[in-house]
Design a binder for this molecule. Structure first.
Ligand code: ADP
Length: 434
Protein backbone atom coordinates (compact mmCIF):
# COMPACT_ATOMS: atom_id res chain seq x y z
CA UNK A 1 0.00 0.00 0.00
CA UNK A 2 2.79 2.40 0.94
CA UNK A 3 4.62 1.30 -2.21
CA UNK A 4 1.67 2.38 -4.46
CA UNK A 5 1.53 5.72 -2.67
CA UNK A 6 5.29 6.10 -3.08
CA UNK A 7 5.22 5.50 -6.81
CA UNK A 8 2.28 7.87 -7.44
CA UNK A 9 3.80 10.67 -5.34
CA UNK A 10 7.22 10.00 -6.84
CA UNK A 11 5.90 10.43 -10.38
CA UNK A 12 4.03 13.60 -9.37
CA UNK A 13 7.20 15.00 -7.82
CA UNK A 14 9.25 13.94 -10.85
CA UNK A 15 6.78 15.73 -13.16
CA UNK A 16 7.08 18.93 -11.13
CA UNK A 17 10.86 18.63 -10.94
CA UNK A 18 11.19 18.09 -14.68
CA UNK A 19 8.78 20.98 -15.37
CA UNK A 20 10.99 23.21 -13.25
CA UNK A 21 14.26 21.93 -14.71
CA UNK A 22 14.13 24.42 -17.54
CA UNK A 23 14.74 27.22 -15.02
CA UNK A 24 18.35 27.91 -14.11
CA UNK A 25 17.18 29.66 -10.96
CA UNK A 26 13.92 28.96 -9.08
CA UNK A 27 12.35 32.38 -8.60
CA UNK A 28 8.92 32.56 -6.94
CA UNK A 29 7.01 34.20 -9.77
CA UNK A 30 8.30 31.83 -12.45
CA UNK A 31 7.77 28.81 -10.24
CA UNK A 32 4.21 29.89 -9.38
CA UNK A 33 3.39 30.25 -13.06
CA UNK A 34 4.58 26.75 -13.79
CA UNK A 35 2.81 25.36 -10.74
CA UNK A 36 -0.45 26.97 -11.74
CA UNK A 37 -0.08 25.40 -15.16
CA UNK A 38 0.60 21.99 -13.62
CA UNK A 39 -2.26 22.27 -11.12
CA UNK A 40 -1.48 19.01 -9.30
CA UNK A 41 -4.66 17.80 -7.57
CA UNK A 42 -5.04 15.65 -4.46
CA UNK A 43 -1.89 16.72 -2.66
CA UNK A 44 -2.10 18.30 0.74
CA UNK A 45 0.96 20.43 0.30
CA UNK A 46 3.59 21.18 -2.38
CA UNK A 47 6.71 23.19 -1.57
CA UNK A 48 9.35 24.22 -4.05
CA UNK A 49 12.60 25.71 -2.76
CA UNK A 50 15.66 27.12 -4.48
CA UNK A 51 19.10 25.64 -3.94
CA UNK A 52 19.40 27.48 -0.60
CA UNK A 53 16.15 25.92 0.76
CA UNK A 54 14.42 29.27 0.43
CA UNK A 55 10.74 28.72 -0.41
CA UNK A 56 9.81 29.67 -3.98
CA UNK A 57 6.34 28.18 -3.83
CA UNK A 58 4.15 26.75 -1.03
CA UNK A 59 0.69 25.46 -1.93
CA UNK A 60 -0.44 26.01 1.67
CA UNK A 61 0.32 29.72 1.41
CA UNK A 62 0.81 30.59 -2.29
CA UNK A 63 1.18 34.31 -1.69
CA UNK A 64 2.90 34.76 1.65
CA UNK A 65 5.65 32.28 2.25
CA UNK A 66 8.22 33.11 -0.41
CA UNK A 67 11.51 34.12 1.01
CA UNK A 68 11.14 31.94 4.11
CA UNK A 69 13.34 28.98 4.56
CA UNK A 70 11.94 25.44 4.58
CA UNK A 71 14.21 23.72 7.02
CA UNK A 72 12.90 20.19 6.62
CA UNK A 73 15.44 17.39 6.74
CA UNK A 74 13.92 15.90 3.56
CA UNK A 75 14.63 19.16 1.68
CA UNK A 76 18.20 19.24 2.97
CA UNK A 77 18.68 15.68 1.75
CA UNK A 78 17.12 16.43 -1.66
CA UNK A 79 19.38 19.45 -2.09
CA UNK A 80 22.22 17.05 -1.37
CA UNK A 81 21.10 15.02 -4.41
CA UNK A 82 19.03 12.32 -2.73
CA UNK A 83 15.47 11.24 -3.42
CA UNK A 84 13.47 10.94 -0.20
CA UNK A 85 10.23 9.05 0.52
CA UNK A 86 8.80 8.73 3.93
CA UNK A 87 5.33 7.50 4.96
CA UNK A 88 3.84 6.78 8.34
CA UNK A 89 0.51 6.14 9.96
CA UNK A 90 -0.31 9.03 12.28
CA UNK A 91 -3.47 8.71 14.25
CA UNK A 92 -6.24 8.64 11.65
CA UNK A 93 -4.23 9.31 8.49
CA UNK A 94 -1.28 8.26 6.36
CA UNK A 95 1.30 11.05 6.23
CA UNK A 96 3.55 10.63 3.19
CA UNK A 97 6.41 12.83 2.05
CA UNK A 98 8.41 12.79 -1.16
CA UNK A 99 11.27 15.15 -1.83
CA UNK A 100 13.29 15.31 -5.04
CA UNK A 101 16.06 17.61 -6.22
CA UNK A 102 15.31 19.90 -9.22
CA UNK A 103 18.18 19.74 -11.68
CA UNK A 104 18.99 22.24 -14.37
CA UNK A 105 21.51 20.55 -16.62
CA UNK A 106 23.83 18.88 -14.14
CA UNK A 107 23.41 21.22 -11.18
CA UNK A 108 20.80 21.14 -8.43
CA UNK A 109 18.80 24.34 -8.47
CA UNK A 110 16.21 23.48 -5.86
CA UNK A 111 13.93 20.87 -4.36
CA UNK A 112 10.32 19.74 -4.69
CA UNK A 113 8.61 18.63 -1.51
CA UNK A 114 5.25 16.87 -1.62
CA UNK A 115 3.25 16.07 1.47
CA UNK A 116 0.05 14.07 1.55
CA UNK A 117 -2.21 13.49 4.52
CA UNK A 118 -4.55 10.62 3.48
CA UNK A 119 -7.35 9.82 5.98
CA UNK A 120 -9.22 7.43 3.67
CA UNK A 121 -6.24 5.21 3.22
CA UNK A 122 -5.53 5.31 6.93
CA UNK A 123 -9.07 4.18 7.66
CA UNK A 124 -8.56 1.33 5.23
CA UNK A 125 -5.31 0.34 6.94
CA UNK A 126 -6.89 0.61 10.38
CA UNK A 127 -9.81 -1.62 9.36
CA UNK A 128 -7.33 -4.05 7.83
CA UNK A 129 -5.39 -4.03 11.08
CA UNK A 130 -8.56 -4.65 13.07
CA UNK A 131 -9.54 -7.50 10.76
CA UNK A 132 -6.09 -9.00 11.09
CA UNK A 133 -6.30 -8.71 14.87
CA UNK A 134 -9.68 -10.46 14.86
CA UNK A 135 -8.41 -13.21 12.55
CA UNK A 136 -5.30 -13.78 14.68
CA UNK A 137 -7.47 -13.85 17.81
CA UNK A 138 -9.74 -16.48 16.25
CA UNK A 139 -6.72 -18.48 14.99
CA UNK A 140 -5.03 -18.33 18.42
CA UNK A 141 -8.24 -19.39 20.16
CA UNK A 142 -8.66 -22.26 17.70
CA UNK A 143 -5.00 -23.28 18.24
CA UNK A 144 -5.42 -23.19 22.03
CA UNK A 145 -8.65 -25.22 21.84
CA UNK A 146 -7.04 -27.72 19.49
CA UNK A 147 -3.97 -28.13 21.74
CA UNK A 148 -6.17 -28.55 24.82
CA UNK A 149 -8.21 -31.18 22.96
CA UNK A 150 -5.06 -32.95 21.72
CA UNK A 151 -3.48 -32.84 25.18
CA UNK A 152 -6.70 -34.24 26.68
CA UNK A 153 -6.88 -37.07 24.12
CA UNK A 154 -3.17 -37.80 24.55
CA UNK A 155 -3.34 -37.87 28.35
CA UNK A 156 -6.45 -40.10 28.19
CA UNK A 157 -4.50 -42.61 26.06
CA UNK A 158 -1.44 -42.37 28.31
CA UNK A 159 -3.72 -42.92 31.34
CA UNK A 160 -5.23 -46.02 29.76
CA UNK A 161 -1.72 -47.35 28.91
CA UNK A 162 -0.63 -46.62 32.48
CA UNK A 163 -3.71 -48.45 33.78
CA UNK A 164 -2.75 -51.47 31.69
CA UNK A 165 0.87 -51.38 32.90
CA UNK A 166 -0.27 -51.07 36.53
CA UNK A 167 -2.62 -54.03 36.04
CA UNK A 168 0.20 -56.16 34.62
CA UNK A 169 2.52 -54.90 37.38
CA UNK A 170 -0.06 -55.94 39.98
CA UNK A 171 0.02 -59.50 38.63
CA UNK A 172 -3.07 -59.37 36.39
CA UNK A 173 -1.17 -60.83 33.44
CA UNK A 174 -4.33 -61.19 31.38
CA UNK A 175 -4.93 -57.42 31.26
CA UNK A 176 -3.96 -55.74 28.00
CA UNK A 177 -3.34 -52.16 26.93
CA UNK A 178 -5.79 -50.91 24.23
CA UNK A 179 -4.06 -50.30 20.87
CA UNK A 180 -5.58 -47.69 18.49
CA UNK A 181 -3.96 -46.57 15.23
CA UNK A 182 -0.29 -46.85 14.33
CA UNK A 183 1.40 -43.91 16.05
CA UNK A 184 4.24 -44.17 18.57
CA UNK A 185 1.88 -44.51 21.56
CA UNK A 186 0.12 -47.43 19.88
CA UNK A 187 3.49 -49.02 19.15
CA UNK A 188 4.43 -48.67 22.83
CA UNK A 189 1.05 -50.19 23.79
CA UNK A 190 1.67 -53.07 21.34
CA UNK A 191 5.12 -53.75 22.79
CA UNK A 192 3.70 -53.73 26.33
CA UNK A 193 1.10 -56.29 25.23
CA UNK A 194 3.83 -58.51 23.77
CA UNK A 195 5.66 -58.29 27.11
CA UNK A 196 2.42 -59.11 28.94
CA UNK A 197 1.94 -62.17 26.69
CA UNK A 198 5.42 -63.37 27.58
CA UNK A 199 4.83 -62.75 31.28
CA UNK A 200 1.54 -64.63 31.12
CA UNK A 201 3.24 -67.61 29.43
CA UNK A 202 6.13 -67.56 31.88
CA UNK A 203 3.73 -67.31 34.80
CA UNK A 204 1.68 -70.26 33.49
CA UNK A 205 4.87 -72.35 33.09
CA UNK A 206 6.03 -71.30 36.57
CA UNK A 207 2.71 -72.24 38.17
CA UNK A 208 2.65 -75.60 36.41
CA UNK A 209 6.24 -76.23 37.41
CA UNK A 210 5.59 -75.35 41.04
CA UNK A 211 2.47 -77.52 41.22
CA UNK A 212 4.21 -80.43 39.43
CA UNK A 213 7.27 -80.07 41.65
CA UNK A 214 5.24 -79.96 44.86
CA UNK A 215 3.25 -82.97 43.69
CA UNK A 216 6.49 -84.86 43.03
CA UNK A 217 7.80 -83.95 46.48
CA UNK A 218 4.47 -84.63 48.18
CA UNK A 219 4.23 -88.26 47.05
CA UNK A 220 7.44 -89.57 48.73
CA UNK A 221 6.80 -87.33 51.77
CA UNK A 222 3.32 -88.83 52.15
CA UNK A 223 4.80 -92.33 51.89
CA UNK A 224 7.43 -91.50 54.54
CA UNK A 225 4.73 -90.07 56.88
CA UNK A 226 2.53 -93.11 56.37
CA UNK A 227 5.34 -95.59 56.97
CA UNK A 228 6.66 -93.81 60.08
CA UNK A 229 3.10 -93.39 61.49
CA UNK A 230 2.52 -97.13 61.03
CA UNK A 231 5.69 -97.92 63.00
CA UNK A 232 4.84 -95.41 65.79
CA UNK A 233 1.19 -96.46 66.13
CA UNK A 234 1.80 -100.20 65.92
CA UNK A 235 3.38 -101.22 69.22
CA UNK A 236 3.40 -104.88 68.53
CA UNK A 237 5.06 -104.66 65.10
CA UNK A 238 7.73 -107.33 64.65
CA UNK A 239 11.33 -106.36 64.04
CA UNK A 240 11.37 -107.69 60.46
CA UNK A 241 8.42 -105.50 59.40
CA UNK A 242 9.88 -102.46 61.12
CA UNK A 243 13.16 -102.99 59.25
CA UNK A 244 11.23 -103.32 55.98
CA UNK A 245 9.32 -100.06 56.66
CA UNK A 246 12.50 -98.19 57.61
CA UNK A 247 14.16 -99.48 54.43
CA UNK A 248 11.19 -98.14 52.42
CA UNK A 249 11.47 -94.79 54.22
CA UNK A 250 15.15 -94.64 53.22
CA UNK A 251 14.24 -95.37 49.57
CA UNK A 252 11.62 -92.62 49.52
CA UNK A 253 14.12 -90.22 51.07
CA UNK A 254 16.61 -91.11 48.32
CA UNK A 255 13.95 -90.42 45.74
CA UNK A 256 13.31 -87.02 47.36
CA UNK A 257 17.03 -86.27 47.15
CA UNK A 258 17.13 -87.27 43.46
CA UNK A 259 14.13 -85.09 42.61
CA UNK A 260 15.42 -82.06 44.48
CA UNK A 261 18.87 -82.45 42.88
CA UNK A 262 17.32 -82.51 39.40
CA UNK A 263 15.05 -79.57 40.26
CA UNK A 264 18.09 -77.61 41.34
CA UNK A 265 19.86 -78.57 38.12
CA UNK A 266 16.87 -77.36 36.06
CA UNK A 267 16.62 -74.01 37.82
CA UNK A 268 20.38 -73.64 37.43
CA UNK A 269 20.06 -74.06 33.62
CA UNK A 270 17.14 -71.60 33.52
CA UNK A 271 18.69 -68.89 35.66
CA UNK A 272 22.25 -68.88 34.38
CA UNK A 273 22.71 -66.13 31.80
CA UNK A 274 26.45 -66.31 31.23
CA UNK A 275 28.21 -69.46 32.18
CA UNK A 276 31.78 -70.42 31.49
CA UNK A 277 32.14 -71.95 28.04
CA UNK A 278 35.22 -73.58 26.64
CA UNK A 279 36.34 -75.97 23.95
CA UNK A 280 34.87 -79.34 24.86
CA UNK A 281 36.06 -82.62 23.36
CA UNK A 282 32.82 -84.63 23.15
CA UNK A 283 34.68 -87.96 22.96
CA UNK A 284 36.44 -87.31 26.26
CA UNK A 285 33.20 -86.24 28.01
CA UNK A 286 31.31 -89.28 26.64
CA UNK A 287 34.08 -91.64 27.84
CA UNK A 288 33.97 -90.09 31.31
CA UNK A 289 30.16 -90.35 31.57
CA UNK A 290 30.24 -93.98 30.43
CA UNK A 291 32.98 -94.80 32.93
CA UNK A 292 30.84 -93.37 35.74
CA UNK A 293 27.91 -95.51 34.61
CA UNK A 294 29.84 -98.73 34.08
CA UNK A 295 28.98 -99.98 37.60
CA UNK A 296 25.25 -99.47 36.98
CA UNK A 297 25.58 -101.28 33.63
CA UNK A 298 27.26 -104.25 35.33
CA UNK A 299 24.58 -104.24 38.02
CA UNK A 300 21.82 -104.31 35.39
CA UNK A 301 23.67 -106.79 33.19
CA UNK A 302 23.75 -104.34 30.28
CA UNK A 303 26.74 -104.21 27.92
CA UNK A 304 28.16 -100.73 27.25
CA UNK A 305 29.60 -100.25 23.73
CA UNK A 306 30.90 -97.18 22.00
CA UNK A 307 32.34 -95.92 18.74
CA UNK A 308 33.53 -92.38 19.32
CA UNK A 309 35.21 -90.28 16.62
CA UNK A 310 37.84 -87.82 17.79
CA UNK A 311 37.82 -84.19 16.69
CA UNK A 312 34.21 -83.49 17.72
CA UNK A 313 34.97 -80.19 19.42
CA UNK A 314 32.19 -77.90 20.54
CA UNK A 315 32.15 -74.58 22.37
CA UNK A 316 30.15 -75.31 25.51
CA UNK A 317 29.97 -75.70 29.25
CA UNK A 318 31.67 -79.05 29.95
CA UNK A 319 29.58 -79.87 33.06
CA UNK A 320 26.32 -79.30 31.17
CA UNK A 321 27.39 -81.55 28.29
CA UNK A 322 28.51 -84.22 30.75
CA UNK A 323 25.06 -84.10 32.36
CA UNK A 324 23.36 -84.52 28.94
CA UNK A 325 25.36 -87.63 28.00
CA UNK A 326 25.10 -89.03 31.52
CA UNK A 327 21.28 -88.71 31.59
CA UNK A 328 20.85 -90.33 28.16
CA UNK A 329 23.18 -93.27 28.87
CA UNK A 330 21.73 -93.73 32.37
CA UNK A 331 18.20 -93.92 30.89
CA UNK A 332 19.37 -96.35 28.20
CA UNK A 333 20.73 -98.64 30.96
CA UNK A 334 17.77 -98.10 33.35
CA UNK A 335 15.07 -98.82 30.77
CA UNK A 336 16.87 -101.82 29.27
CA UNK A 337 16.50 -105.59 29.61
CA UNK A 338 18.96 -107.73 31.43
CA UNK A 339 21.46 -109.03 28.84
CA UNK A 340 20.82 -106.07 26.53
CA UNK A 341 23.29 -103.44 25.31
CA UNK A 342 23.74 -99.68 25.07
CA UNK A 343 25.74 -98.27 22.15
CA UNK A 344 27.06 -94.70 22.06
CA UNK A 345 28.16 -93.35 18.66
CA UNK A 346 29.87 -90.03 18.04
CA UNK A 347 30.79 -88.46 14.68
CA UNK A 348 30.83 -85.11 12.90
CA UNK A 349 28.80 -84.24 9.84
CA UNK A 350 27.84 -80.96 8.09
CA UNK A 351 29.18 -78.71 10.82
CA UNK A 352 27.36 -80.65 13.55
CA UNK A 353 28.55 -83.14 16.13
CA UNK A 354 26.14 -86.08 16.27
CA UNK A 355 25.83 -88.17 19.41
CA UNK A 356 23.61 -91.28 19.17
CA UNK A 357 22.59 -93.34 22.19
CA UNK A 358 20.97 -96.63 21.13
CA UNK A 359 19.58 -99.30 23.43
CA UNK A 360 17.81 -102.63 23.35
CA UNK A 361 15.29 -101.68 26.03
CA UNK A 362 11.54 -101.59 26.20
CA UNK A 363 11.25 -98.40 24.10
CA UNK A 364 8.50 -95.82 24.43
CA UNK A 365 4.95 -96.34 23.09
CA UNK A 366 4.41 -94.06 20.03
CA UNK A 367 1.54 -92.11 21.69
CA UNK A 368 3.77 -91.27 24.68
CA UNK A 369 6.84 -90.36 22.63
CA UNK A 370 5.89 -86.64 22.15
CA UNK A 371 5.80 -86.13 25.95
CA UNK A 372 9.01 -87.72 27.14
CA UNK A 373 10.90 -84.39 27.16
CA UNK A 374 8.17 -82.71 29.29
CA UNK A 375 8.93 -81.92 32.91
CA UNK A 376 7.99 -84.69 35.37
CA UNK A 377 6.74 -86.95 32.58
CA UNK A 378 7.26 -90.67 33.16
CA UNK A 379 6.02 -93.29 30.74
CA UNK A 380 5.30 -95.79 33.50
CA UNK A 381 3.80 -93.83 36.41
CA UNK A 382 3.24 -96.99 38.43
CA UNK A 383 6.95 -97.68 38.71
CA UNK A 384 8.25 -97.03 42.20
CA UNK A 385 11.37 -97.58 44.24
CA UNK A 386 14.75 -97.56 42.55
CA UNK A 387 13.19 -97.80 39.10
CA UNK A 388 11.14 -94.63 39.58
CA UNK A 389 12.79 -91.58 38.14
CA UNK A 390 12.04 -87.91 38.60
CA UNK A 391 10.78 -87.37 35.06
CA UNK A 392 13.20 -84.45 34.82
CA UNK A 393 16.27 -86.04 33.20
CA UNK A 394 15.15 -85.55 29.59
CA UNK A 395 13.87 -82.00 30.30
CA UNK A 396 17.36 -81.17 31.51
CA UNK A 397 18.81 -82.75 28.34
CA UNK A 398 16.52 -80.77 26.04
CA UNK A 399 16.97 -77.42 27.86
CA UNK A 400 20.75 -77.79 27.92
CA UNK A 401 21.10 -78.89 24.29
CA UNK A 402 18.85 -76.08 23.06
CA UNK A 403 20.75 -73.58 25.15
CA UNK A 404 23.87 -74.66 23.28
CA UNK A 405 22.18 -74.12 19.91
CA UNK A 406 21.56 -77.83 19.28
CA UNK A 407 18.61 -80.23 19.16
CA UNK A 408 17.65 -83.62 20.55
CA UNK A 409 15.27 -86.23 19.14
CA UNK A 410 14.04 -89.65 20.24
CA UNK A 411 13.00 -92.35 17.76
CA UNK A 412 12.23 -96.03 18.26
CA UNK A 413 14.76 -98.43 16.71
CA UNK A 414 13.43 -100.89 14.16
CA UNK A 415 14.67 -103.90 16.10
CA UNK A 416 13.32 -102.59 19.43
CA UNK A 417 14.67 -100.08 21.94
CA UNK A 418 15.27 -96.38 21.47
CA UNK A 419 17.65 -94.07 19.66
CA UNK A 420 18.33 -90.65 21.15
CA UNK A 421 20.15 -88.26 18.79
CA UNK A 422 21.83 -85.08 20.00
CA UNK A 423 23.10 -82.58 17.39
CA UNK A 424 25.38 -79.78 18.54
CA UNK A 425 27.11 -77.19 16.36
CA UNK A 426 30.83 -77.87 15.97
CA UNK A 427 33.14 -75.16 17.20
CA UNK A 428 33.89 -72.44 14.65
CA UNK A 429 37.53 -71.53 14.18
CA UNK A 430 36.91 -67.93 15.41
CA UNK A 431 35.34 -69.31 18.64
CA UNK A 432 38.42 -71.43 19.11
CA UNK A 433 40.57 -68.31 18.80
CA UNK A 434 38.68 -66.46 21.58
P1 ADP B 1 13.27 -90.31 34.54
O1 ADP B 1 13.91 -89.68 35.71
O2 ADP B 1 11.91 -90.85 34.83
O3 ADP B 1 14.17 -91.25 33.82
P2 ADP B 1 13.47 -88.79 32.16
O4 ADP B 1 13.02 -87.39 31.88
O5 ADP B 1 14.90 -89.05 32.01
O6 ADP B 1 12.94 -89.10 33.59
O7 ADP B 1 12.65 -89.72 31.22
C1 ADP B 1 11.28 -89.57 31.06
C2 ADP B 1 10.64 -90.91 30.74
O8 ADP B 1 11.00 -91.29 29.41
C3 ADP B 1 11.10 -92.01 31.62
O9 ADP B 1 10.25 -92.11 32.74
C4 ADP B 1 10.98 -93.22 30.75
O10 ADP B 1 9.68 -93.75 30.86
C5 ADP B 1 11.15 -92.69 29.36
N1 ADP B 1 12.50 -93.00 28.83
C6 ADP B 1 13.59 -92.22 28.87
N2 ADP B 1 14.63 -92.80 28.27
C7 ADP B 1 14.22 -94.00 27.85
C8 ADP B 1 14.84 -95.10 27.14
N3 ADP B 1 16.11 -95.06 26.76
N4 ADP B 1 14.06 -96.17 26.87
C9 ADP B 1 12.78 -96.20 27.23
N5 ADP B 1 12.14 -95.21 27.89
C10 ADP B 1 12.85 -94.14 28.19
Amino acid sequence: MFRAKHSSMQSQAALIASSLSSLSELRPDEVRQIMELLNEPGLSRVIVTDEAACIAYDSADPDGSEGRYALFPEIAMALGGKQVFHAQLVEEAVAARVCLPVRNRASIVGAVYLYEYDAVQAALIRSLQRNLQRISLVVSLAAILLSVLLAFLMSRRIRSILGGIRGIGAGRYDSRVPVHGGDELSQIAGEINVLADRLQQTEAIRQRFVSDASHELKTPLAAITLLSDSIVQNDGMDGETVREFVYDIGREAERLTRVTQKLLELTRIGSRTRERRETVDLRRVAEEAMKMLSALAVERDVRLESNLDGGCLIYANADDIHQVIFNLVENAIKYNHSGGWVRVLLFATEGQAQLLVDDTGEGVPPEKLPHIFDRFYRVDESRTGEQSGSGLGLSIVRDTVEKHGGSVTAVPRETGGMRFRVSLPLQQSEEAAT
